[in-house]
Design a protein around this ligand. Structure first.
Ligand code: SF4
Length: 225
């Protein structure tokens, strides 16, 4: 298991502005003060493994004897041998700070800053995969993003990675949510054409959507939610 202890996270003020819809109006000086407050509370770390798929089943794959059950993942891994399961986190200090704020607007700003920090840390991981393992196109999937790969699949994913809590302090609670909550998990794999779970997710008005829903594609994958 590879352990990244000190992921540099440089917060992009433009990205924060866009996320908060503050390009033209809003109290930007207050947000800047919160960015300064947030920066030292961000401790980004990650674990990942370079794994070879042991067996491809009809709607699942097996790695080290552990099964990941998803028709979509299985289809995405046709022709792929090497995959990269990962967990990345920014720790719990920023969310603790946000929770302690009585001002709900400040809480919201700090939460948004945390989300951007987390995505920035994951981008660092992606760049590392690209440069270190000579990958051009990459996509990822996460347990819980589609009905086809439900949240229960966090367990086998964490089992593949080993002792994630001892490595970077991330554990699963009884609902299989990650603690600290500002954490992301999933599996990266090489692809020629970018894949987003959002293409198969019909949820309306999702602020995190990265691609439009594609019913034809959902049919091709054999799922229609
Ligand atoms: S549309 Fe939203 S809920 Fe659906 S997969 Fe994308 S980010 Fe997740």
């Amino acid at each position: 298991m590879e352990n990244l202890e000190h992921i540099p996270v440089s917060l992009d003020l433009g990205e924060i502005k866009r996320s908060l819809h503050m390009e033209r109006s809003g109290d930007w000086s207050q947000v800047q003060t919160l960015v300064e407050l947030a920066q030292p509370l961000i401790k980004a770390r990650a674990v990942y493994r370079v794994c070879y798929i042991e067996e491809k089943l009809e709607d699942a794959i097996r790695i080290d004897g552990i099964c990941l059950k998803s028709r979509v993942l299985r289809k995405n891994l046709e022709g792929v041998e090497r995959v990269f399961p990962y967990v990345v986190t920014i720790g719990d200090k920023l969310e603790t700070k946000a929770r302690s704020c009585k001002d709900l607007l400040k809480q919201y700003y700090l939460d948004t800053i945390g989300n951007i920090a987390l995505v920035t840390a994951r981008r660092y991981l992606e760049d590392r995969f690209r440069s270190r393992y000579a990958l051009d196109g990459m996509s990822s999937m996460s347990p819980g993003s589609l009905k086809d790969w439900p949240i229960e699949e966090q367990r086998p994913l964490f089992s593949i990675l080993g002792d994630v809590e001892a490595s970077i302090g991330v554990r699963l609670n009884q609902s299989l949510l990650m603690i600290p909550s500002k954490s992301l998990s999933g599996i990266y794999f090489p692809t020629e054409i970018a894949f987003y779970s959002c293409q198969l997710c019909p949820r309306k008005r999702c602020p995190s959507r990265k691609a439009s829903y594609d019913e034809t594609l959902a049919r091709e994958y054999g799922i229609l939610e």
